[in-house]
Ligand binder design. Sequence first.
Ligand code: C5P
Length: 233
Amino acid sequence: MNPAPIAVALDTDDLQTAARWANAVTPQVSTLKIGLALYMRYGPSVVASVRGGSGVDVFLDLKLHDIPATVAAAARAVASLHPTYLTVHATGGAAMIRAAVEALPDTKVAGVTVLTSLADDELAAVGLAGPALDTVRRLSAYSVAAGARAIVCSPREVAAVRAEVGEDITLITPGVRPPGSGVHDQARVATPEQALADGADLLVVGRPITGAADPGAAAATLARALRRRTVTG
Ligand code: C5P
């Protein structure tokens, strides 16, 4: 059975908890997302700890943003971990994105366009005036032109970004909520089925799985629903 296109966000700063979640969900999902809290606390060895003996894809969500030489060095430093995805901030510029891409030829460098935590007034304050969707589209096209092979965007933006970047780019969407699960602090959510229908390739799901009494069962239920959708079109 193919794993479902889900990246489980291992959002905890406790290694044992992360490894337990990873072990529970790995047969069901394609990808594990390791974010800054885990990586900053435990360093590169966290990848082997959560991957275990499985061949699950690893998404290193480190959101790099620095001068090109520094980003290239940081990207080279994680090459031996063989991440399938590594995030960089698109606003770091084309040379910075290209530096990461060239340092990690076997990894899909993913451009993070606009953080969904930024409201319109804050976007204007940091120099990104105008409708957020326009900025997301512009930064998506710009990231891809610089070599990024994936884009992180909200489910609400995914159709517009797909139209902008074409079929070959992997679109990764957080803010996904199965029907009946809590919204938490996500303001703009979509169901997993809707996000896929709109063009997403990989759904980032955290608390609906990791906050469940049985994360393995929650992942299995979601994976089944997505497989059904794939089968029925
Ligand atoms: O628990 P939840 O499903 O909301 O987790 C979503 C994950 O996606 C978290 O790791 C969060 O940091 C990340 N994320 C997000 N919104 C973005 C970018 C990343 O929620 N725009």
